[in-house]
Design a protein around this ligand. Structure first.
Ligand code: ZN
Length: 499
């Protein structure tokens, strides 16, 4: 025996109760488990620790950055050993001479082609992408198909197991190019289908669609049914990101809220007979609706959350009763309930882009008419005002983490505004003006945490992080200067926090 782990609380993943025991490892494999006798070369004491099998992340965007971070530190450090990637309609391939910009180049795109809100183009030529890749990372993108991408991953080596869908959106870009904001013709649908089939032949496990995103949002029902149907022959699944965001409104004059988005994908599965796995299922009802965070959710009776969770699951339970082959996952994003901004000024990303640095933004905040403009614009519906400031609770949910003035650290904007005897929003801007590098965190406010607990109880529910791979030192060079794991999706800590 090479390794013996003793006194571990073992959770074996079969659903059995946890128990205290030991684990033996020989030739990199578990050779014995329970009450392991005999000596080992390495003996480890796991008192007070839990030993579990590697976790499976059911909804991952690992494919987007895996070649940049093959170690996948954020997954492996939290015990995730397998990811199901290629989600929301997006995969690294197929790509020919035009491709969506690899996400790891977005930070640099800003330097080469500055933009305040979003970049001008969706697609970039391989030559341009590779010129930037060479400059920034010293390697180029040579793959065109999923099978070539898999080989590339194997050649470099990675610390996780990965299975992927074929992304309908990526296939759609290949056929329609920049002219994607319309329904595809019959001939184009056939071409999209060919790409999807090629993906399945290359080893993908199903097809993913991103019905809130470009270009999948523009696909009509005929196109969707056709690509969902064709994976059946390859034992593939249909893995949709259903219409649940702002774009759910008014699509095809029919799907106007999250509930109908959810019904739509169930309908696709019903019509095609393709097994359905719904990505990141979230409540369609709830007492704690997004952007109605003005009131204190802690005062809401628990039973309302429970009812909302249960009501949201009704169409799913009905479909299962019908005999539909169905499963789903849900993001455990309510944990750890905090979102690192990381800088207070990060909430003003478009302005930061315009001014070029945190320091410049801080300087401009001292100029009265600029300050007035920002304050006024906070109440106008443009892309530059973060919705968080519209909440009367914003001063209570944002607090300072790192500041030149140590006295301010750990205090909420409300506490600081009372201390400095200023309006909370003025306080917020003053803090940045005095110390542009001031950092902060937001208590999670759009949480559907309590409704989601109903999902966890369902036997067909799996959990997911919805994250790409990162190493722990990663930070964007440009606004919003994000750190790896800055988002609410628990990039580094979702699974342990969940357990
Ligand atoms: Zn998604």
């Amino acid at each position: 025996m090479d390794i013996k782990i003793q006194n571990a609380t073992i959770v074996d993943g079969t659903g059995a109760k946890k128990y205290l025991g030991s684990i033996g490892v020989t030739d990199q494999r578990i050779s014995d488990i329970g009450n392991v006798k005999g000596e080992a070369n390495i003996e480890l004491d796991a008192s007070g620790l839990i030993a579990i099998p590697g976790c499976i992340d059911a909804h991952s965007h690992a494919d987007q950055t895996l070649l940049w971070f093959p170690e996948a530190q954020n997954f492996i450090m939290q015990g995730v050993t397998t990811v199901i990637a290629g989600q929301c309609g997006s995969t690294p391939a197929p790509i020919d001479n035009a491709m969506p910009l690899p996400s790891m180049l977005r930070d640099y795109l800003f330097e080469i082609s500055p933009h305040k809100y979003s970049p001008e183009n969706r697609l970039f030529s391989r030559d341009v992408v590779n010129e930037w890749m060479e400059r920034v990372y010293g390697w180029t993108i040579t793959y065109e198909t999923m099978s070539q991408w898999y080989k590339e991953v194997e050649t470099r080596g990675t610390s996780i197991n990965i299975a992927t869908n074929i992304g309908h959106g990526t296939c759609r870009y290949q056929v329609l190019g920049e002219d994607y904001d319309r329904a595809a013709t019959k001939k184009e649908v056939e071409e999209i289908k060919e790409h999807v089939i090629k993906g399945m032949q290359d080893g993908c496990i199903g097809v993913s669609v991103g019905l809130d995103y470009d270009p999948g949002y523009f696909a009509d029902e005929k196109e969707l049914l056709s690509i969902i149907e064709c994976v059946k022959e390859y034992d593939g699944i249909y893995n949709p990101h259903f219409r649940k965001n702002i774009r759910a409104k008014g699509v095809q004059g029919k799907y106007f809220n999250r509930y109908f988005g959810y019904i739509e994908v169930l309908d696709h599965a019903r019509k095609t007979g393709t097994p359905l796995h719904i990505s990141h299922l979230c409540p369609t009802y709830g007492p704690n609706k997004e952007f109605t965070e003005a009131w204190d959710v802690n005062e809401t009776p628990e039973i309302l959350f429970e009812a909302a969770g249960k009501a949201s699951m009704v169409p799913l339970v009905d479909a299962l009763e019908e005999g539909m082959d169905l499963s789903f996952d849900t993001i455990m994003w309510p944990w750890p309930r905090k979102r690192v901004m990381p800088y207070l000024c990060s909430l003003f990303t478009p302005l930061l882009k315009e001014l070029g640095s945190r320091e410049r933004f801080g300087e401009w905040l001292k100029i009265p008419d600029f300050r007035k403009e920002i304050t006024r614009s906070m109440w106008e519906p443009t892309g530059s005002n973060p919705p968080i400031f519209k909440s009367p609770r914003f001063p209570d949910i944002i607090y300072v983490t790192v500041c030149k003035n140590k006295e301010f650290e750990g205090k909420t904007i409300r506490e600081l505004s009372l201390m400095l005897e200023k309006d909370p929003f003025e306080t917020y801007l003053d803090l940045i003006a005095d110390d542009p590098d001031i950092m902060g965190a937001v208590e999670f406010i759009f949480s559907a945490e309590r409704e989601i607990r109903e999902y966890f109880k369902h036997p067909l529910c799996s959990v997911s992080l919805d994250s790409s791979t990162f190493n722990k030192d990663y930070q964007l060079k440009n606004p919003p200067y994000s750190l790896a794991g800055q988002d609410m999706r628990s990039t580094f800590s979702g699974f342990p926090a969940f357990f």
